[in-house]
Design a protein around this ligand. Structure first.
Ligand code: GLU
Length: 512
């Protein structure tokens, strides 16, 4: 790579950062790290109408939770700041003016009504979706149709105006996209985009291109929805005479779990799955979303899952640490086609990461759920509970929810299985086991297992007749960790209490 790699993630703070945005940030980050470059966070907050309080903080928090740390950002600063576009406002005006002076842009004074009239009359003439362009601009009120003194006079009198890019028709605009190869647009299909709005704020197009140039961005890696804007951006680079046009890379869309259509924030609510990294709530109760973190995902798992949403390493390996992703990442292996958001796969990744966690660390991660739990969680056994449960959960709170029986004696028994298994002749065996357990000296799972099996054999019963009953007594269900590990963890007196409770429940149920 000839010029130093500098990439940016440039979200607009218009709401919570969608998981697709996190993927864009991740790919930028991986690319920067892989090539020894810089990863920049730039906040594109020039659209005041869409600005949402708290959204910038959300973006920062989300990246922090994921472990994607920018080298330059509004918070950490950097050589090319400020990194918040609203703080660069004045500069964009200068650039817009330069384009007017060089004839690549012009002032337009049309009122909303005049614009509406133009669209209506064009539609009446059969134009499908009329725009302000090379054809229509000649009939409008702008500095190309008015004389220079008239335009200046309007400006001097405080007439609201915008600055528009003058797009010449019939030109091929070609650029190379690192993912899509050569992309060509015909300039006749493009409108004369507004660059500077009547409130003096730049539009996305102007601010984005000026900043990419000033911040020496080498690669623009962003979502596919920006592909068509790139044609205007290329024109802007040409118009400014900037010779450092970045390499573009447009990432595939993230599709709904069905594979049909783009994943939206409402899909998350509809399907009960997270599509944001962290919780978001605002004054509108309809806008409350739980994030991956809140439903119990580990950030490493989310990153690994996201990395594979549109990229693949070309090998069988699926589990990648962040360092390994940096090593393996290549824009050439990013797909063009949309990537289906497969929540089951996300949970699978989480499961792989949860079971690799150290038990004390996992126990500490559970704090938010411990705080909310109806049970009194014993911190002394929590680490052991994590050890026993971590192999069998997909999201963190399941350790506490599925393993509730570690924290209460109030067990919810599986009625059907109890009826099926609590047969005549088992009761005495259970009592004998209880007695042996109470007298067991070597309190280890191995010794316990040997003892219990000996008694079952002595009663000439099968293991399948008794072990499920012991399991039901301890956990209420046949699912869960190893039976003997559970008994060892809870101790003799709990075993005694639970076994007796279970026997009376089972007897009442089966009228035995
Ligand atoms: N502000 C744009 C957004 O919200 C940035 C797109 C780009 O990366 O150019 O996604």
């Amino acid at each position: 790579m000839d010029k130093p790699v500098r990439v940016r993630f440039a979200p607009s703070p218009t709401g919570p950062l969608h998981i697709g945005g996190v993927r864009t940030a991740l790919y930028n980050y991986l690319f920067a790290r892989k090539h020894g470059g810089q990863f920049i966070l730039r906040i594109e907050d020039t659209d005041q109408g869409r600005y949402v309080e708290g959204a910038e903080q959300y973006i920062t928090d989300a990246l922090h939770w994921c472990g994607i740390h920018p080298d330059e950002s509004p918070d950490s600063g950097g050589e090319y700041g400020p990194y918040r576009q609203s703080e660069r406002k004045e500069m964009y005006k200068t650039y817009a003016r330069k384009l007017v002076e060089s004839g690549h842009a012009y002032y337009a004074f049309d009122t909303p009504e005049e614009l509406e009239d133009m669209r209506n009359s064009k539609q009446a003439q059969g134009v499908h979706s009329p725009t302000y362009n090379a054809e229509t601009r000649s009939e409008m009120r702008n500095s190309l149709t008015l004389s220079s003194p008239d335009s200046m006079d309007l400006i001097a009198r405080g007439m609201p105006y915008v600055v528009r890019l003058k797009v010449d028709p019939n030109e091929a605009i070609t650029f190379t996209d690192a993912i899509r190869e050569e992309v060509t647009f015909n300039s006749s299909e493009l409108d004369d985009k507004v660059l500077l709005k009547a409130d003096g704020m730049p539009t996305y197009h102007l601010a984005n291109v000026v900043d990419d140039h000033l911040m020496k961005i080498s690669h623009v890696i962003r979502g596919e929805e920006w592909l068509s804007s790139t044609a205007h951006h290329v024109l802007l680079y040409r118009a400014f005479g900037f010779e450092d046009m970045p390499t573009f890379a447009h990432l595939p869309l993230i599709l709904k779990p069905t594979g049909k259509g783009k994943l939206s924030k409402r899909d998350g609510q509809k399907l009960g799955i997270p599509v944001f990294p962290l919780r978001w709530e605002d004054s509108d109760p309809a806008n409350r979303f739980d994030g991956f973190k809140d439903v119990g995902f580990l950030p490493e798992a989310v990153l690994n899952f996201l990395a594979f949403l549109g990229w693949s390493p070309g090998t069988e390996q699926e589990i990648f640490s962040l360092e390994e992703l940096v090593e393996a990442f290549d824009l050439k292996r990013v797909s063009k086609g949309g990537a289906r958001f497969d929540y089951d796969k996300a949970k699978w990744y989480n499961q792989q990461y949860i079971k690799e966690q150290a038990d004390p660390h996992l126990a500490a991660t559970l704090q938010p759920w411990i705080d909310q739990s109806a049970h009194d969680i014993d911190p002394v056994i929590l680490t052991d509970v994590c050890r026993l449960m971590k192999e069998r959960v997909e999201v963190l709170p399941q350790i506490i929810e599925d393993g509730y029986y570690f924290f209460t004696d109030d067990i919810e028994y599986d009625e059907k299985t109890t009826k099926k298994k609590f047969k005549e002749g088992v009761e005495q065996c259970l009592f004998d086991i209880n007695e042996a357990v109470q007298n067991l000296e070597d309190w280890s799972a191995e010794a316990l297992q040997t003892e219990v099996k000996t008694i079952i054999e002595h009663h000439e019963l099968g293991l399948g007749a008794i072990l499920p009953l012991l399991r039901l007594s301890m956990a209420g269900t046949l699912k869960g960790p190893d039976l003997f590990d559970m008994i060892i963890l809870k101790g003799k007196s709990v075993f005694n209490k639970r076994l007796l409770s279970f026997i009376s429940y089972a007897k009442a149920l089966t009228n035995a």
